[in-house]
Design a protein. Structure first.
Length: 230
């Protein structure tokens, strides 16, 4: 996450794991009497976590028991139901809707059936931001490694919303539903991301006014990439 800050006071020393700042003067007021701008970069901790975490929370009830065809979970069951699995140690983050058979020996009625949804949660240690700082602009930058089967979900898009996980340093199954529904950024349709498994491209979410206001100055900030079918 990249923030552009306008503040009237000097920033405190930065923790090495949380952010990097360009060289700054010993005070934040310029000779002309106007506030000095600071650009700050924030990153979630890699595993093992220290103060922040990033990872996936899944709803994947099909993997936890046999499902006869007349009781197969619906979109509502998986989308609105409890989380079942997590992954917060991987170097990759996955936003997906999983449908279709698990293997070649699955019965025919398993085909084209919803099985799982994965949501991404990322936390940033923003405690270095002074309480009286004005956040002028905030963006969230991601590198897309791959995308698959997009033709099946032509309206699938990504957007940033809030999250409120139970822990700052671990993802838990219950975090699958501890998420907001208000868009805090621009919506990025997956179809507009020109990525194949052999290419990588960066995408940028620009936080809107509600997104900027949601940044916790002097604390932790939680965001989530949410897949939406528009």
């Amino acid at each position: 996450m990249v923030l552009l800050l306008g503040t009237m006071v000097a920033l405190p020393p930065k923790p090495v794991h949380a952010m990097s700042l360009p060289p700054k003067p010993t005070h934040a007021m310029s000779d002309s009497g106007t506030p000095t701008l600071h650009k700050a970069d924030f990153y979630p901790d890699q595993h093992p976590e220290v103060t922040t975490v990033d990872g996936n929370a899944y709803s994947n009830p099909v993997a936890h028991g046999p499902w006869p065809p007349d009781e197969w979970p619906s979109w509502s069951d998986i989308h609105n139901g409890p989380g079942t699995d997590v992954e917060d140690e991987s170097t990759a983050l996955w936003v997906f809707i999983n449908a279709g058979p698990y293997g070649i020996n699955d019965p025919p009625y398993y085909k084209d059936t919803l099985k799982a949804i994965s949501r991404v949660i990322t936390l940033f240690d923003t405690s270095i931001i002074p309480a009286d700082a004005e956040i002028i602009e905030a963006t969230l930058f991601c590198v897309v490694l791959s995308k698959y089967e997009i033709a099946q979900w032509p309206d699938f898009s990504l957007v940033v919303v809030s999250s409120n996980p139970a822990s700052n340093t671990a993802i838990m199954p219950a975090d699958y539903q501890c998420l907001g529904s208000t868009a805090l950024s621009n919506v990025i349709p997956i179809s507009t991301i020109p990525v194949t498994p052999t290419e990588k491209i960066g995408i940028t979410f620009t936080l809107n006014a509600e997104g900027v206001a949601a940044i916790n100055k002097g604390g932790h900030n939680q965001t989530r990439y949410k897949g939406v079918c528009l």
